[in-house]
Ligand binder design. Structure first.
Ligand SMILES: O=C(O)CCC(=O)C(=O)O
Ligand SMILES: [Fe+2]
Length: 312
């Protein structure tokens, strides 16, 4: 079985039904979502300059000494806001914890909002350095979630689902914005060591930008792995477990990984997860609440949330 190429889609054509190339973009989105689980999109509302600024903000944060970043270490909390040190996440039980570092933030809610009592909506932890870090990321969070919502609707419509029905379940989304920092692959790293080990994403749609350095590999249904890189301004899109459940497999969650190499690398996924109370089970089967699926996956993978973890 040969692997089809990963579709490269003009976002303006996909999102505008009157665009001359709309039909072509829809067909490519259908192949990407229902067969491969990955696609790239270009010509988006999020400019290359904008994304470069976001990556620069993360780069400046990750360059701080570990002792300084430890002030915002999520391991001291019961949730996933702030810095995750190397080894703080194990996305695959057959692999060692990942050697990447992360910085996670979520939806900004008014202080005291009842939702903030749920770990998936925990208040963000904002470092005071580099200057402007919170403002850059909060603004990007708003615009990236709006774009992710539009893309999700278009992709659902492309595979024959009712996109508007799903869009209503993303009013206060548990969307998580992450900076991944992959240093050079550590000396002595073995077969069980990865920047991020093979995994599927947990939510619905992942909107990923990278600094252009290669590293991401996609597992192919026809066998083998395909390297997928994207310059700032082009986004990698893939789909998570909840969307696969919700669409009864019409849209697929495809495993992927970063082994890592001699160059450091930054990537910035936005995990576009639904509202906490969205039922992501298809009609006719027992409900699966989005928050239950997400929290179960967080509790399996963040080392500080894993059962028996001392750091609480
Ligand atoms: O760094 C990448 O390209 C992929 C990151 C990833 O798969 C993730 O954060 O879930
Ligand atoms: Fe991923």
């Amino acid at each position: 079985m040969t692997n089809p190429p990963i579709p490269q889609i003009d976002a303006a054509a996909l999102l505008d039904s009157s665009h001359a190339d709309h039909g072509k973009a829809v067909a490519a989105a259908r192949l990407g979502a229902s067969d491969i689980g990955f696609m790239t999109v270009h010509n988006t509302p999020l400019s290359a300059d904008r994304v470069t600024q976001v990556i620069a903000a993360y780069r400046a944060f990750f360059a701080l000494p570990a002792a300084q970043k430890a002030q915002w270490d999520m391991a001291a909390t019961g949730s996933n806001r702030g810095w995750g040190a190397p080894g703080s996440e194990q996305v695959n039980p057959d692999a060692n914890p990942d050697y990447k570092q992360v910085f996670d933030c979520g939806l900004t809610l008014p202080p005291g909002d009842p939702l903030t009592a749920l770990p998936a909506y925990a208040p963000n932890l904002w470092p005071d350095t580099p200057p402007g870090f919170a403002a850059v990321l909060q603004a990007y969070y708003v615009d990236a979630t709006a774009f992710a919502r539009d893309l999700l609707v278009a992709v659902l419509n492309a595979v024959g689902e009712d996109g508007a029905f799903f869009a209503d379940r993303f009013t206060r989304p548990m969307a998580l914005l992450r900076g991944n920092y992959y240093p050079e692959r550590p000396a002595g790293a073995g077969a069980k060591d990865f920047g991020i080990a093979t995994h599927t994403d947990y939510g619905c749609l992942t909107l990923l930008t990278t600094d252009g350095t290669p590293g991401l590999e996609v597992r192919r249904r026809g066998g083998g792995w395909t390297a997928l890189s994207a310059q700032p301004g082009t986004f990698v899109i893939n789909f998570g477990e909840m969307l696969e459940i919700w669409t009864t497999g019409r849209i697929v969650a495809t495993p992927h990984r970063v082994v890592g190499g001699s160059e450091e690398r930054i990537s910035v996924p936005l995990f576009f997860n639904p509202d906490h109370d969205a039922n992501v089970a298809p009609a006719g089967v027992p409900p699966v609440l989005a928050i239950d699926h997400l929290q179960r996956r967080f509790d399996q993978t963040y080392v500080h949330l894993q059962k028996g973890s001392a750091a609480r």
